[in-house]
Design a protein around this ligand. Structure first.
Ligand SMILES: [Zn+2]
Length: 255
């Protein structure tokens, strides 16, 4: 039996300088090592965990874009922000050079998953401006208004249907980020299950009551009020401020 001279990248402990350079040429500086490995590997447990996180980050970027740029010509033309199929997304991602570092031919579905993992890597390394820049490059042409709303807020944003959806997306991200940190060995399925137990109306309504918000009755109405509160924090101070508010309503439960 003969062994190859060098093991495949996903079996190597370190990302080589050349691989890092290739990835960072596309994504910008990636300071989170776990995320860098996940992007480089394009598969495996950490890849799926990062994809789980990136999916929520991307949702936040796209709904804030819809809120901050209601006249976006691309959205108006498509009539939906997230309507791109895996095939369309993969084509755009490949032409931008995404996945050129993989030593195997990835399917369109896998490239679409890789986009989400890259969003997480950008977000963990450079927060919202970095994630929005990558989104603009590969997924959807989000502009400065979106970056400003994400990073410092936007006083002109009116509460309403889209704002509430932004609040909902931020609550989901807060819950997802919490379970990713609390359960470092959990796979994507377990993360989804655990997130679902904390990001749901009945659980959030209990906490809202504990926090003296004075809501009674229908948990869905309480959830809407919490989503509005998170959205108001976003408008006032940006997405990280909103995440701080959201975190209070989705604490991790270990049992
Ligand atoms: Zn748009």
């Amino acid at each position: 039996m003969t062994l190859p001279d060098t093991p495949p990248p996903y079996l190597r402990a370190a990302v080589t300088a050349a691989e890092r350079a290739q990835i960072e040429a596309m994504l910008g500086p990636i300071t989170d090592d776990v995320a860098l490995h996940a992007v480089r590997d394009g598969r495996g447990g950490q890849f799926q965990r990062m994809e789980f996180l990136g999916d929520s980050v991307l949702d936040v970027v796209l709904v804030v874009h819809e809120w901050a740029e209601p006249e976006c010509p691309t959205c108006v033309k498509r009539e939906a922000t997230a309507a791109a199929s895996d095939v369309q997304l993969a084509a755009a991602a490949r032409s931008a050079g995404l996945g050129a570092w993989l030593e195997w031919r990835a399917s369109d579905e896998r490239i679409a998953d890789l986009v989400e993992t890259c969003v997480a890597a950008c977000w963990l390394s450079g927060r919202w401006a970095h994630a929005a820049r990558f989104t603009a490059q590969v997924v959807h042409p989000v502009a400065d208004e979106t970056v400003r709303a994400l990073t410092i807020g936007a006083v002109g944003l009116e509460p309403g249907r889209v704002g509430r959806r932004a609040g909902s997306a931020l609550l989901e991200l807060a819950a997802g980020d919490a379970v990713v940190h609390a359960f470092p060995d959990a796979d994507e399925g377990e993360l989804s299950t655990r997130r679902a137990t904390i990001h749901r109306a009945t659980a959030i309504a209990v906490i809202a009551k504990e926090r003296g918000l004075g809501h009674r009755g229908d948990p869905d109405l309480v959830l809407s009020a919490v989503e509005d509160q998170v959205a108001a924090a976003l408008a006032a101070g940006g997405a990280d401020v909103a995440l701080l508010v959201a975190q209070h309503f989705v604490p991790v439960r270990h049992r």
